[in-house]
Design a protein. Sequence first.
Length: 174
Amino acid sequence: MVFQQPLLLKWRRVIENVVLPAEILGLNMGETKERARHLLDMVGLSGFAQSYPYELSGGMQQRAAIARALVHDPKLILMDEPFGALDALTREKMNLELLRIWSESGKTIVFVTHGIHEAVFLGSRVVVLTAGPARMADNFLVDLPYPRSLDMKTQEAFGGYTRRIYSLLGMDLV
């Protein structure tokens, strides 16, 4: 699970935060630390394994949290608005990073967001929920090619998906 906030333990170095789930599960720590180093490299933090969370930017902390979620090799990763607290530019960078990490790890990711453009950009499938009490308004495939780039957000097909979601939520664009 990756939360809105990274929730890294401030008294533990990055590598120690990443291996925490494996410690709790009683996994082999030699193998786990090797995997953690590989994951830190994958998320672009290989030079920060011995840093403390306060020494990292918000985006770097969230990448460490993603590595932590992957360390015990789960089949599914749940992400609850993991980029919600980031500024717009860092959020865009993290979206690109997440697509790269997803491509490299091959994991199934359930990503919860209030960002319509973010849902379309990241998703291969989008499930739209109405306001509370929540019900499923739609569930559809996003047929946009991979790898994705920010330029894709200016294309008509991308706009079609976002208009569909706005319409489902009762928001007229005109």
